[in-house]
Design a binder for this molecule. Structure first.
Ligand code: HSE
Length: 440
């Protein structure tokens, strides 16, 4: 057996600790699977005194020195954030090291430059753990589905918000109470902004869209709405039409304006629409059954049809599983003296703004129950070119609730319709508006 492959670990929080433990416990199996032993060369942390369980001789505060050390072959990055990680990764590539990362924010921001640097150095950049934790998803998109044409990738990629929305549906509680419960039970961070406002899901959506559509998509291309405005009324209205509310990351290839929701097949004039927002989905949809803090991603491809990936999207051990899977892959490549497949962005599809993206709305209105009101409301939809799919009226005294689900229309037309409805004298209140996905 030749010399061990040496790994530099950057960061030693929950995931890093689990990576170290699994590397130790599974050393014999990993050696057999890779063809060479894997040894930890060093662990870069900010405060060595906070890591009493890591052998002291491995700990260092000099991350740059560690990643460029001549005996280091592979780098595992679980620090997170943009800097100093970006510079450390570029230094690692320049020094000929492959990198495994769990860093969604950096990959969603700068994936193009990092991939180019890895390719130039002839090394690997793998980041399965960056999206949906333990779920094997990025390599299936990068490799297994590389011969197919992807149409849509729709996922629940944030466990915190899925837990909150699931509890709202189960208990009838509002967002604030459900968030408080999630915080108390440790599902939500002390500062839940990145999760509840959709930033975490938007970064993941950018990575998914880039891989699915061979196009460079960054987090700034992603339309984003979080869940803090979702009310118990929204959740109740969803249940009335056999739907449930989920925060969805939706990546789709769409045809020219006016061609409808899907790319038209010739690819000419297609663009990529990537968005994160709460939506009602039918309870019969496979994603509706994804409860608690679990993640799932639904993929629609031309030849493969519909695929579903499901599992734990966060946590030390599940995320470490994805990191180690990547580590084995890049270590095997290193042993073979090669690098794995990179990512391609040859399609270069433009990003479609949300205003031009076809969506469907569910609108619930409190109105006066008298002749002509339904006609005036319907007229407002028609004026904006929005076709109504279903209307339901529940009467109560001189008032009524109108529940309207539209057909697909450009999002700007739908939001303009809602703005106009709010101004109508006959409309006493707009009590619930949510986009709807997955209805036939
Ligand atoms: N905070 C994320 C979630 C996990 O709630 O799913 C890490 O991406």
């Amino acid at each position: 057996m030749t010399r061990p492959l040496k790994v530099a670990l950057l960061g030693c929080g929950t995931v890093g600790t689990a990576v170290l433990r699994l590397l130790d416990e599974q050393a014999a199996d990993l050696t057999a699977r890779i063809g060479r032993p894997v040894e930890v060369a060093g662990v870069a942390v900010r405060r060595p005194d906070r890591h009493p369980d890591v052998p002291a001789h491995l700990l260092t505060t000099d991350a740059h020195g560690l990643v460029t050390r001549p005996d280091v072959d592979l780098v595992v990055e679980v620090i997170g954030g943009i800097e100093p990680v970006r510079s450390l990764m570029l230094a690692a590539f320049e020094a000929g090291k492959s990198v495994v990362s769990a860093n969604k924010a950096l990959l969603a921001d700068d994936g193009g430059e990092l991939h180019a640097a890895a390719a130039k150095a002839g090394v690997d950049l793998y980041y399965e753990a960056a999206v949906a934790g333990a779920i094997p998803l990025l390599r299936p998109l990068r490799e297994s589905l590389a011969g197919d044409q992807l149409r849509r990738v729709v996922g629940i990629v944030n466990g915190t918000t899925n837990y909150i929305l699931s509890r709202m549906a189960e208990t009838g509680h509002g967002f604030t109470e459900a968030l408080a419960e999630a915080t108390e039970l440790g599902y939500a961070e002390a500062d839940p902004t990145a999760d509840v406002d959709g930033f975490d899901a938007a970064a993941k959506a950018a990575i998914l869209a880039s891989l699915a559509f061979h196009t460079s998509v960054t987090a700034s291309d992603v339309y984003r709405e979080g869940i803090s405005a979702v009310t118990s009324t929204d959740v109740a209205r969803a249940a009335e039409i056999d739907c449930t509310v989920k925060l969805l990351a939706i990546c789709e290839r769409v045809g020219r304006v006016g061609d409808g929701a899907a790319g038209d097949g010739d690819g000419d004039g297609d663009s990529v629409a990537v968005r994160v927002h709460p939506a009602m989905i039918p309870t019969a949809h496979p994603l509706a059954a994804v409860g608690g803090a679990f993640n799932a991603v639904f993929v629609e491809a031309e030849a493969a049809g519909q695929l579903m990936f499901y599992g734990q999207g966060a946590g030390g051990e599940p995320t470490a599983s994805a990191v180690l899977g990547d580590l084995v892959a890049v270590a095997r490549n290193r042993v073979a003296g090669t690098a794995g497949p990179g990512v391609t962005t040859y399609a270069g599809l433009p990003a479609r703004p949300i205003a031009e993206t076809p969506t469907r709305y569910h609108v619930s209105l409190d109105v006066a129950d008298k002749p002509g009101v339904l006609a005036t409301v319907a007229q407002e939809f028609a004026r904006h070119g929005v076709s109504i799919a279903t209307v339901r009226q529940d009467g109560h005294g001189d008032a009524a609730t109108l529940v309207i689900v539209t057909h697909s229309a450009p999002d700007a037309a739908l939001s303009a319709t809602v703005a106009a409805l709010r101004e109508m004298p006959a409309v006493r209140g707009v009590t619930s508006i949510l986009r709807v996905e997955g209805l036939s």
